[in-house]
Design a protein. Structure first.
Length: 108
């Protein structure tokens, strides 16, 4: 949201496109799987424990999503209805086919 607000307020952006893609690897992520990957890649268990202590819930923070279209709709809703997003900004959502590059509009 920070980057979007900077683009709108400082750079004059009036249209925002939320674009997801088919066959997204993040679609089925889990916090547990990501923590396992972090450990495998050398992140210390103490640092992971510290992140938990600081309030990071990896299961919630790194959770994937099941339905790409619903995820795009939710993202569009969050951006469009953010309390400090200027009301004139147009926000639309799309899913790009990873194989063909075709864009399917899913949310206005």
């Amino acid at each position: 949201m920070r980057s979007l607000l900077i683009a709108v307020c400082e750079l004059g952006v009036e249209d925002i496109m939320i674009v997801a893609h088919t066959n997204c690897g993040a679609q089925h992520m889990s916090g547990e799987g990501m923590v396992s990957d972090m450990l495998r890649l050398g992140v210390s268990a103490d640092h992971i424990k510290m992140a938990h202590h600081c309030g990071i819930d990896f299961d919630q923070w790194l959770a994937g999503f099941g339905d790409t279209e619903e995820a795009v709709r939710k993202s569009v809703d969050v951006v469009r209805n953010h309390p400090v997003m200027p009301p004139h900004v147009r926000v639309a959502g799309f899913i790009m086919n990873s194989e063909t590059g075709e864009l399917l509009r899913v949310a206005d």
